[in-house]
Structures are given as C-alpha cells and as structure tokens.
Write a protein that binds this ligand. Structure first.
Ligand code: NAD
Ligand code: ZN
Length: 326
C-alpha cells in the first residue's frame, strides 16, 4: 500500500487592514502559524521579502501561498513565492526575466482595485537604489479570486488613488508604441469601466475590480509610460504610495496626455480629492539626482511613450523641471 501523501502546507499573507474587516472572521479555522499579517503603510522592499523568505526557510516551506490584500501584499506574495525557489537576494532579480526557477504555487486575492498586480508578470519592490519589478513569467499568479465584496471597506481616498493607477495604466498603454490588439482590447474596456466608476455617482465595484484586472492584462501586452517613470522617483525618495504618486505626477503631464489629464482633473473634482502640492519643496540635490536617475532607468516605459530617442525629449533638465512642478 502506498503511504498517503502528507497534507499540503499553505501560507496566507494578508494585509493587516483585514484584522478589522469581516474577512478575519473567515480565518477562524486557520492555524495562526500559517498566517503572515503584513502592514501596507509602506511599499514592499527587497529587504522585507528577503527577511520573510529567510524566516520561512527555517521551517517547512509552504507548498502554496495565498496573498490577500492590495498591490503591496500581492507583490510580496509573488516575490516570496519566487524567492523560495531561487537563490540569493530578491534585489538580484529586479529587472527583466532574471528568474530561473518557477516559484511556489501562488493564489492572489485582491482587496483593493487598480494596480492590476493580480494579472501582471511583475512583483514591484523598493530596493536600496531603485524601485523595480521582478518581471518574469514566474511572477504571475497561478490563480486569482476576484470578489468585489472585499472592496467595501476601502477608504474613499485610497480607492481613488489606487483606481487611478488603473486609469493611468490604460492611458499609457493606449498612447504607447508597444500596444498590440490584445492589449488594446483589455485597455479599452478597462478604461471604460474605470472612467465610468469615477465619473458617476453609482459605483459598480464589480466593474472596478474587472477594470483593474483588464488594466493589468493590458500592461502585460504593452508598457506603462511617462507618468510611471516619474512616479517611481517620488516613491523612492518621498515614500509616497504608488497610486498617490501617480496622481501627483499625472496632474502635471498635460503636454504628454492632454485629453486624458483633463478627464483626470474632472474625476478629481467629482470625487472631492485634493492632491498634495509641493511634495518636493524640501528636496535635497542628492534626492533630486536619485529621482532623475530612477526615471532614466525606466527605459522601456519611456521608449514606449516617446520612442527610441526619448533621451533627447526627456533630458535631465526636463525631468527635474517636471519634478519641480509637483
Ligand atoms: P496597497 O496595497 O499599498 O494598499 C493601500 C492601503 O489600502 C493600505 O493601507 C491597505 O492596508 C489598505 N487596504 C487594502 N485593501 C483594503 C480593504 N479591503 N479595506 C481597507 N483597507 C484596505 O495599495 P495598492 O495601490 O493596491 O498597491 C500599491 C502597490 O502596488 C505599490 O507597491 C506598487 O508598486 C504596486 N504595484 C504593482 C503592480 C504590479 O503589476 N505588480 C502594478 C502597480 C502597482
Ligand atoms: Zn501602476
């Protein structure tokens, strides 16, 4: 007789905002040792991922990981899954297609909509010098579960900022050179759902959740653009969350996306959102240089947005001037 195979070992990685939501009630039967609560006040770092992986390696590593939360938790889940099966530090895999071995099986359950992290092939992490994704097919979830009821507890401002990430993904994908028919189909529909959501009083959470997923699918088949290239610098030096950083950058990008910025401003007004201003008022010259360098590292998005000669359009002075408007 063959021996029964041992029970698969699961690990839940959950946004700690859910300690206070109804979701926590569903976790009753789960052994607390198999839950890792993550605080999403700060964007995930390579060091944080390495720490979690080192801790998991001291016990039986899980066979399956379920990430429940926003882009922060979903990206940690993806990165931990990959790093449990690949040697070294997660910082060594920030780039394109550097991951050799498939990660641990992973399931994503988004609880806030916009980043498209549930669909994308990247796990975005802050490293000491750069914010960059582990871009790899191995970063993709094996399965996702979309339940719009999970969005009910998201604070209004955060819903807007993260939702605008989806809007900006679609705008940048559609305006870019890398788009193909598949990506355009996803981006068109996501843009329609997302814009309807933020331009009307009747909020359809199901459509916003699908918009986020489609927006992510569109980015898989295209690239982001100027806004993301600038927003990464804001997060790196100011610690601003991705959605808010995107909004602050996009607000200054009329010359690149004129019609889309006009619609964005309308959405800001209708949703009573006041953006922070002068976020770089006290920036040091070292930090400004770090931000300019970060933007210049975003070669793919900038080529997508501006073409091969993007360096002559987005010169160092131009990048600094755009930052100074924020
Ligand atoms: P987030 O995950 O940082 O969460 C924002 C806030 O919302 C946090 O305070 C969190 O606790 C709270 N929250 C989440 N769900 C909630 C719920 N249901 N109820 C109450 N509060 C809730 O926000 P985000 O905008 O989804 O993710 C940003 C991160 O995603 C950044 O690190 C960014 O780099 C990354 N990102 C990744 C991709 C990708 O393709 N992998 C794409 C875009 C952005
Ligand atoms: Zn984004």
């Amino acid at each position: 007789m063959t021996k029964p195979s041992p029970e698969p070992k699961g690990l839940y990685i959950i946004d700690d905002a859910h300690r206070k939501t109804r979701l926590s009630r569903c976790l009753g039967p789960v052994n607390p040792d198999f839950i890792l609560w993550v605080n999403a006040d700060h964007e995930p770092t390579t060091e944080q991922v390495d720490r979690v992986v080192a801790e998991l390696q001291t016990r039986d590593i899980p066979d399956i990981i379920v990430g429940i939360g926003g882009g922060t938790v979903l990206d940690i889940t993806k990165a931990v899954s990959v790093m449990l099966k690949n040697p070294g530090s997660s910082a060594e895999y920030q780039g394109w297609d550097l991951v050799k071995y498939p990660g641990v099986c992973k399931i994503g359950v988004p609880t806030i909509s916009g980043t498209g992290a549930e669909a994308s092939r990247t796990a975005v992490l802050l490293g000491p010098e750069k914010k960059f994704g582990i871009n790899s097919d191995h970063s993709m979830f094996d399965a996702i579960l979309l339940d719009p009821d999970l969005l009910k507890t998201v604070p209004k401002e955060q819903c807007f900022y993260t939702g605008m990430d989806c809007y900006i993904h679609c705008v940048e994908a559609l305006a870019g050179r890398f788009i193909n028919t598949l990506g355009r189909g996803y981006a068109d529909k996501a843009l329609e759902y997302c814009t309807n959501y933020f331009l009307s009083d009747k909020k359809n959470d199901e459509e916003l959740m699908v918009a986020s997923f489609y927006g992510g699918c569109s980015i898989v088949n295209s690239e982001v653009g100027v806004c993301h290239a600038l927003s990464y610098g804001l997060t790196l030096t100011r610690g601003l969350h991705h959605g808010e950083a995107n909004c602050i950058a996009f607000n200054q990008l009329e010359e690149f996306y004129p019609d889309e910025v006009a619609v964005f401003k309308k959405m800001l007004k209708l949703n009573n959102i006041t953006l922070r201003t002068n976020v770089l008022a006290e920036v040091t010259s070292d930090d400004m240089l770090k931000m300019v360098r970060m933007t210049q590292r975003m070669e793919k998005p900038l080529t997508n947005a501006l073409g091969e000669n993007w360096r002559s359009i987005l010169t160092e002075d131009k990048i600094a001037a755009l930052y100074n408007k924020m």
